[in-house]
Ligand binder design. Structure first.
Ligand code: NAD
Length: 433
């Protein structure tokens, strides 16, 4: 089985399945198809499947031209039908891993996808989990489902974990440029997964187990969360001490070793940094260990949207205006620059808190046409700098690179800049986080 799969991989004859065609799965599927593998995308969302089969992309990092070309070359197609699994040699799982309302891991998407694989699997397949999850998921959750009916690892199937490290919107590092980590449940699984990724990804590193590979991803994202928490706390401190935190970070950055810059902001956003560390702290707690750094960083980071409101209230106060009935325009509501993803975006929380205070809040975001907050639909304002004059405060929450910030500053009464977009500009009507 192992030899046959190896040969198929090296000859690019292995048929690949990617389950979950989102920010992670779609770019990955396209990458393998571009290398000449025949790739089948499986998604429960029929509209996404239809879009792909019509050669249309819905993810900013993937072009419709690329999808159209690989579909035309019969190297890529999508389906909602799991029966396709019977034809495949390698199946990669890229489904969501959100939190439940109780902030505990929700791995039901992984379980559903694995159950569907188990229903249709054929002998000798390599299954790879890429969804971010707590250490032990591959071993303790995926393996038992795939082993039903006395199926044996290394004989009937192979199983590995390989964390996805894609950074949506990053034009410098695309899927193929980002080194891959692989950790199999067995040595053979690791070697097969490594060989497979080596066909497309420039650098592949092996670790000793799937658990270690799962932990690598959580270390990376916890590292970011904790460092952002630290710099957010430094920003709160600097505000009290009347020091410009941005100036301090720029100066600290000149040290060529021992310092890595992180920046304060209005709070954490996206599908990874606010969520992944909680997967780790949950698993640690199950084993009787309290992850104190994660807890503390979470407390500081989740306070930031409230802090933004406090600062806006202070700004308005200086104009003898209360929050209630004031007009505030938010610029940028996606969770980060140059993407259309609003998952966990702190801007949404800022808008929610402002609306609750009775503020007439609106937003402008060229990437996000509309958003629903607490049941109310908001539409992005048109780009009209003259209208900025009618706002009591304009708050920059996400700094998309296509926005003309000089126009914003020129036309606004006062601008609250949470992202330091006006790096070297000093103006009376400019207030920094
Ligand atoms: N977005 C990122 O920047 C990023 C980066 C690294 C890792 N990750 C991780 O990758 C995983 C996927 O994240 P994403 O951002 O691509 O999510 P996404 O929501 O963009 O895409 C997930 C896709 O899976 C589909 N899906 C859900 N259940 C399914 C099922 N049972 N069968 C088939 N399809 C199903 C959904 O319809 C959706 O199209 C998560 O674990 C996430 O933490 C995300």
């Amino acid at each position: 089985m192992e030899k046959i799969l190896k040969r198929k991989i090296l000859q690019k004859k292995a048929k690949i399945g990617v389950i979950g065609l989102g920010y992670v799965g779609l770019p990955l599927a396209v990458e393998f198809a571009k290398k000449g593998f025949e790739v089948f995308g499986i998604d429960v969302d029929a509209s996404r499947v239809e879009a792909i089969n019509k050669g249309r992309s819905y993810i900013l990092d993937v072009t419709s031209e690329d999808i159209g070309a690989i579909c035309k070359a019969r190297l890529f197609c999508a389906t909602t039908d799991y029966k396709i699994i019977r034809k495949l040699d390698i199946v990669i799982i890229c489904v969501p891993t959100p939190l439940r309302k109780t902030k505990e891991p929700d791995i039901s998407y992984i379980v559903d996808a694995t159950e569907s694989i188990a229903r249709y699997k054929k002998s000798g397949q390599l299954i790879i989990l890429e969804s971010t999850t707590y250490p032990g998921t591959t071993d303790e959750v995926v393996l038992p489902i795939l082993s039903r009916n006395s199926l044996k690892l290394d004989k009937d199937f192979f199983l590995a974990f390989s964390p996805e490290r894609v950074d949506p919107g990053n034009i410098r590092f695309k899927t193929r440029d980002i080194p891959k980590i692989v950790g199999g449940v067995t040595k053979k699984s690791t070697q097969l997964a490594r060989l497979f990724y080596q066909q497309t990804i420039k650098e592949v590193t092996e670790v000793s187990s799937s658990k270690a590979a799962e932990m690598v991803k959580l270390l990376e994202n916890t590292f970011r969360s904790v460092n952002i928490g630290l710099v957010n706390e430094i920003a709160l401190m600097c505000n009290k001490l009347n020091i410009n935190v941005w100036e301090v970070i720029e100066a600290a950055k000149t040290k060529p070793f021992g310092f890595m810059s992180f920046y304060p902001g209005p709070g954490l956003g996206g599908h990874c940094i606010p969520i992944d560390p909680l997967y780790l702290s949950w698993k640690a707690r199950v084993h009787g260990f309290e992850a104190r750094f994660i807890e503390l960083a979470g407390m500081v980071n989740s306070y930031m949207p409230e802090y933004v409101i406090k600062r806006i209230a202070e700004i308005l106060n200086n104009f003898k205006k209360s929050l209630r009935n004031s007009k505030v325009l938010i610029i940028g509501i996606a969770y980060k620059r140059d993407v259309n993803d609003i998952r966990e975006s702190p801007a949404i929380e800022v808008m929610r808190l402002l609306a609750r205070e009775g503020v007439d809040v609106s937003y402008f975001d060229p990437y996000v046409a509309q958003v629903k907050i607490d049941g109310k639909r908001f539409k992005s304002a048109e780009w009209d700098p003259k209208a900025f004059k009618n706002k009591h405060c304009v708050a920059i929450i996400t700094d998309h690179s296509c926005i003309d910030y000089d126009e914003v500053l020129r036309n606004s009464k006062v601008v609250f800049d949470t992202r330091n977009v006006y790096r070297n500009i000093n103006a009376k009507k400019l207030v920094r986080l």
